[in-house]
Write a protein that binds this ligand. Structure first.
Ligand code: ZN
Length: 141
């Protein structure tokens, strides 16, 4: 069940307002703001800011107070910040099986559908030394 990490897919940044924070990433840095997508199951709206090498900045805004993003911001003193790092893998099912076989604790033992329709799974932050790591696989790239 080997798998390959293909690169950094995106950096997930928790924000209070995609509109407000997007003025920095798009307005000042010039990264295009291509779309927003709401994943109701995760109570989050994601704003996509893809850079030319393929890695994206994803701004994450809570859609309700019990969203993981709302909790992250609360713990962070009301401020946003980097919430997770996502690595693109060639085969997410193989990756999960391989990580579990290596004793890595997973938040998701099965892939779920994330923003933009990609398959995603989160590693437990204890396994990755305090960094919340997501692995993801896209159908189309
Ligand atoms: Zn993500």
């Amino acid at each position: 069940m080997a798998f390959k990490v293909l690169g950094v897919d995106h950096i997930g940044v928790a924000v209070n307002s995609i509109d407000e924070v997007g003025k920095f990433w798009n307005g000042i840095l010039g990264i295009p703001h291509t779309m927003d997508d709401t994943v109701e199951e995760q109570k989050v709206t994601t704003g996509f800011f893809p850079t030319p090498n393929g890695a994206e900045i994803e701004l994450l805004e809570a859609t309700s107070d019990d969203s993981p993003i709302a909790k992250f911001i609360e713990k962070n003193g009301g401020r946003g910040g980097i919430q997770h790092v996502a690595l693109r893998v060639d085969n997410i099912e193989n990756a999960i099986a391989d990580l579990l076989a290596k004793g890595v604790k997973m938040i998701d033992e099965k892939p779920r559908i994330g923003a933009g329709g990609s398959k995603i799974a989160f590693l437990h932050p204890k396994a990755s030394h305090g960094v919340l790591v997501e692995i993801c696989e896209h159908e189309d790239r």
